[in-house]
Design a protein around this ligand. Sequence first.
Ligand code: ZN
Length: 497
Amino acid sequence: MEQYINLYKEFRQKIKAFEYAFWLMSWDQETEAPNASVDYRSKQFQVLATESYMLESDPKYIEAIEKLYENLDQLEDEDLKIEIKEANKGLRIVKKVPKDEWIEYQVLTQSGSHIWAQAKEKNDFDMYAPTLEKIVDFNKKLVKYLETPELKGYDILLDMFEEGFGVKEYDTFFNTVKEELVPFVLEVTSRPKQKFNRRLSKAVYPKDKQSEFSHYLMEVFSYDTNKGLLKESAHPFTSGVSSVDTRITTHFYENNLASAIFSTIHEMGHGIYEQQNDPKYDDTALHGGTSLGIHESQSRMYENMIGRSFAFWKTHYAKLVECFPKQLKDIPVEEFYQYINQAKRSLIRVEADELTYSLHVLVRYEIEKELINGKLKVKDLPRKWNQLMGQYVGKRPSTNKEGVLQDIHWSGGAIGYFPTYALGSAYAAQIYRSMNKEINVEKVIEENNIAAINAWSKEHIHKFAQTKTPKQILQIATQQDFTPKYYVEYLKEKFSN
Ligand SMILES: [Zn+2]
């Protein structure tokens, strides 16, 4: 076995080095690279990508993985076992999907986002429909190729993004959302709207002051600037490559104070997760968050449950007023708190508030399920979308741009991804509740001691990197399987007032 372990590790080291180069190139592209560099960079990228593909499809590498997988019980290193299981799972595409079809699909999804962007711009669904049809058709074939006795159909796609979560688990979750949250949200959002000081939404908030406040937030949350940094990009994101290099971005809008604040906090939730991975995983394939859902649970907990809490603003509102003395003059913290926690019926998912967010995801989940099991055709998507939005969110879009064309995901082939967003919020509520049994969360927030929350999260979630599945993480952090109960309770309590 020794020879295969060494061979595997040799390949892994080279693959990691390529990944680092790709990571750095894409970070640079999203944040600082001048426009004119696009073609030059993509030329260099293609050369490296070809080399890297050769490495990953090298028969010697594949043989090493297969041999180690066949002899898993002989491996002493438990982490290596997990890594080999994952690597072997990754081989199923190479083994089961015809190469030509796979490459054709890669080309299709590469150009998909470009076609989608144009169609969205022009509000023209028919322009996008043929591409989306091909993507959906391929995914229907893909699930046939990859099906196992345990997993079939849409399950396969869901499990790719959140291991252990298929239709059965998600149906239980979304049925609770439908039964408990939909009527509650429709009731809350039909109440007369609260009036806020016009300056909150109309004043100008200069970028440099917003940036100062975001840097203040980095200190407050103990985001380690020795292992990360904050830049600006069109859409905020987190990009990590190891525990010693996890970077975040935000976006400043001068006419919107809340946007950058909550983007920065959200991305710090993602960033602190990866910074607190055990450094011993840096050189393995196990660094990073264990799943999209668990990752999102951290960002949403930091953003919504900490960042939008009254305890937080009781302590930090004074600093915000110091940055914007004129704009926030005579606006009490209570009003600011209400302002950042408004619940509204809205059309755009990425702008949706904490209360209505999961209903936007519910719409997408039901649509994806029917697309993959063949009950819904792509041409009928706009009609179905509008109908479900009316039913669950209480607002129907009048254009496809504000409806079915709003998200990039499907154009890149990401079917089964959306549900993890809603799941993340529900995980967050369950995790918060457990943490609160051991530390008084509101109290530490008020005492400006978020480091205590980071420390708890490190011990129960972050340090494990990808060595535990989402279900195992929930057991470790909450001693329970997943339940949407706490999520519903949390939202009902917060938004009843
Ligand atoms: Zn996120």
